[in-house]
Design a protein around this ligand. Structure first.
Ligand code: ATP
Ligand code: MG
Length: 226
């Protein structure tokens, strides 16, 4: 399921996980609330899944999708039908009823992406208003925002282009971030739309990323002092 390049991306992520202390920072928890509100309030929320996301948190992604009523779509940088099918099969074994984006189902092209990540399902990411993209690539995050969608990114690197261009960036490991999103979405599910809107409008991604960097610096200073 995972492309060799995915292993390199994982290594880059792990390097950042050390400097954030392998725990969920306060800034990530703030972003998680805004992300849960966006997903719950969305008309057509979609969770985009690549090989790394499926391997690390496939099961949790299926539960999150069911709690926030989101569709699940396979979207790969290094696309082969075999990998798409393997990932779809895994997600279905965890209870996903439908997995979009497999093979010819990905018939729409998002402008501004040179890789095969441009190919999306017209019934999924194609018409989505909110897209959750764990472990993304900056080009696609930007192209989806240009297409008028709100992008929620999960990325251990607060300095990546993905982190900078998303509407909401959760700077945390997917293995901690998705379970945290599940917990928040469960708690917030019954809130009225006006309350959800407050979580969204109060959130500022640029400011929150600056807080994440500040929290990394504080953690490293504490580490040096001890
Ligand atoms: P960008 O294109 O956004 O500037 P990039 O080229 O460094 O970033 P990509 O390969 O495009 O990175 O995307 C992979 C991203 O996923 C990296 O930023 C990496 O930090 C992040 N990442 C890898 N493993 C994890 C993980 N387990 N949890 C969260 N983020 C991760
Ligand atoms: Mg990249």
């Amino acid at each position: 399921m995972v492309a060799p390049q995915g292993l390199i991306a994982h290594g880059r992520g792990e390097a950042f996980d050390y400097v954030i202390g392998e725990r969920t920072m306060p800034a990530a928890s703030v972003a998680t609330l805004a992300a849960a509100a966006l997903l719950l309030k969305a008309e057509w929320p979609v969770i985009s899944v690549n090989g790394n996301a499926a391997a690390l948190t496939g099961k949790e992604i299926v539960s999150l999708a069911s709690i926030v009523s989101a569709s699940i779509e396979v979207n790969l940088f290094h696309r082969t039908l075999e990998r798409e099918k393997l990932i779809a099969r895994l997600l279905k074994s965890f209870g996903a009823k439908e997995v979009l984006g497999v093979g010819s189902a990905a018939s729409r092209t998002i402008r501004g992406i040179s890789s095969s990540r441009a190919n999306v399902d017209p019934n999924g990411i194609g018409k989505a208003d909110v897209v959750l993209i764990p472990l993304e690539d900056g080009d696609r995050a930007q192209a989806l925002e240009h297409d008028g969608k709100s992008v929620i990114a999960i990325d251990l690197n607060p300095l990546s282009r993905t982190s900078q261009v998303a509407s909401v960036t959760i700077v945390d490991n997917v293995v901690r971030a998705i379970p945290a999103l599940i917990r928040s979405s469960r708690k917030m599910k019954e809130l009225p739309k006006s309350q959800l809107e407050k979580y969204i409008s109060r959130f500022n991604n640029e400011r929150n990323l600056a807080n994440a960097v500040e929290q990394i610096v504080q953690y490293l200073q504490g580490w040096m002092e001890n």
